[in-house]
Design a protein. Sequence first.
Length: 226
Amino acid sequence: MITFPGPASALVVLPVAPDRDGIARVLSLERFARESLAGVRATIPAFNRLLVEGAPGRWDPEEIMSTLETGARAALRAPPKTQAVAATAMVTLPVCYDPDLAPDLEQVAVRAEMSPDDVARLHSAPTYLVLATGFAPGFAYLGDVDARIATRRRLSPRARVPRGAVGIADRRTGVYPAEGPGGWCLVGRVPAALFEDAAERIARFTPGGTVEFRPVGRKDYEAECR
């Protein structure tokens, strides 16, 4: 589906799940759009959709529609395993799963009928893909969490979530880049110093990039916080 939310913008929503395959196909479409369309000022990929923003004086809706339809069909035809992701370096984040820093870890463990240590092990095991960025500058939606520890959002969001808190919501996980409200279940903490520089934390995560969590003990965590 292609819509025009603004006088010089187009939104493409691919009929695929908003998961690893979805963002890979969207990135394929993004490359096609940048190579095939003149006057593109910005592209914003997220989950299974792509927003294309162009220069108003060079924006022809019929041409844009035709070109994006061609690109979308090509992205949908390609086998998922051939879809390339963003060419960015792996981001490794040290995370501490100490109960004092993970107020919802026990609750997640009870729901999953396993120990908190098992939850931490399963959470830190995958290499996650950045499916989208948003919510707050530098916040990356990472997927997919192991289905055994997938957890719904809290019924009552917290008014204050500390910077560096690691949360789970459904099969997504992410790190809060700044202090503020939030409703994800908190299962760990990354040293806040890694998210102090706003420009750096925004540049760190790109849709299609990869992220891994490296478990650290409380002592090592506190040393990295200094």
